[in-house]
Design a protein around this ligand. Structure first.
Ligand SMILES: *[C@@H]1O[C@H](CO)[C@@H](O)[C@H](O)[C@H]1NC(C)=O
Ligand SMILES: *[C@@H]1O[C@H](CO)[C@@H](O)[C@H](O)[C@H]1NC(C)=O
Length: 279
């Protein structure tokens, strides 16, 4: 390439070096520069990709396009007032039995106990309102939504108390996403499904939290307050603890992606270095 012309054009002092040494120096400098460039671009890409997972709303039936303040969020959804993906009317509606949001009837076997129902309301508040679940958004082919959450790491205590308060309520199915008889407009138990206690259908907290919404949640080994799991319940006076959790997982997912992306770049650089040295 232009290397020999370059060597001849070098100032007198440099030209005194053996020509091969000059080429090697140049190859090293070039490689160092390229490595720096690759590192910088990887770092910039990662900063951009990381933030795309933060402070976002899912593309689904009732979510707002972007999160923002909602001063009047109702009752159990009020922890998300400072920044939410749900509107005030969504937060009100989801507290009702068989709400118009999904026509989903909690009392499909017999009246769900209030202590149990409040967990389902809180689960729905998290689902509709949280702007911190971006790292777990997946595309889906469903008529009523384009995206869903998958494997959100739910804090183990939040799952355990949900299970404990619901074990004596009644249901007829283990996956509440599919298999209902909707002919009446709301979900009815299909003919073959028998009403039994939650404990019968969900023998453990994991069976409940992971099974009921087809793996929207994965029960975390981490505890509330660890910064490593999503809390369904939190005191907004201390801020929203799920912001930190989303940042942690967005960064973790992203450095994995960057590691994959940077591999081929390094291989190409190594090849170029060899070529330069051999030239
Ligand atoms: C959704 O379905 C369409 C057609 O059935 C298919 O082309 C597309 O790849 C599917 N998308 C996903 C994310 O499964
Ligand atoms: C669905 O429920 C309706 C009554 O609401 C009933 O007539 C019908 O047989 C049920 N279908 C199935 C498949 O269970």
């Amino acid at each position: 390439m232009g290397q020999s012309r370059h060597s001849r054009a070098l100032p007198a002092g440099k030209a005194a070096q053996p020509p091969l040494q000059g080429q090697k120096d140049m190859a090293w400098k070039l490689t160092a520069a390229l490595l720096l460039l690759a590192w910088l671009s990887a770092a910039m890409c990662s900063a951009r990709d990381g933030t795309e997972l933060l402070n976002v709303c899912m593309d689904a039936k009732h979510h707002k396009a972007k999160p923002g303040p909602e001063d009047k969020l109702h009752d159990q959804c009020s922890p998300w007032r400072k920044n939410a993906c749900c509107s005030v009317s969504t937060s009100q509606e989801l507290h009702k039995d068989t709400s118009l949001l999904y026509n989903f009837n909690w009392d499909h076997c017999r009246k769900m106990e209030p202590a149990c129902k409040r967990h389902f309301i809180q689960d729905t508040c998290l689902y509709e309102c949280s702007p911190n679940l971006g790292p777990w958004i997946q595309e889906v082919n469903q008529s009523w939504r384009k995206e869903r959450f998958l494997n959100v790491p739910l804090c183990k205590e939040d799952c355990e108390s949900w299970w404990r308060d619901c074990r004596t309520s009644y249901t007829c199915k283990t996956d509440w996403h599919k298999g209902w008889n909707w002919t009446s407009g709301s979900n009815k138990c299909p003919a073959e499904a028998v009403c039994r206690t939650f404990e019968f259908y969900f023998p453990t907290p994991v069976a409940l939290c992971e099974g009921i919404w087809s793996h929207s949640y994965k029960v975390s080994k981490y505890s509330r307050g660890s910064g490593r799991c999503i809390q369904m319940w939190f005191d907004p006076a201390q801020g929203n603890p799920n912001e930190e959790v989303a940042r942690f997982y967005a960064l973790a997912m992203n450095s994995r992606a960057t590691a994959h992306g940077i591999g081929p770049v390094l291989v190409i650089l190594a090849l170029m270095l060899q070529l330069c040295l051999l030239n």
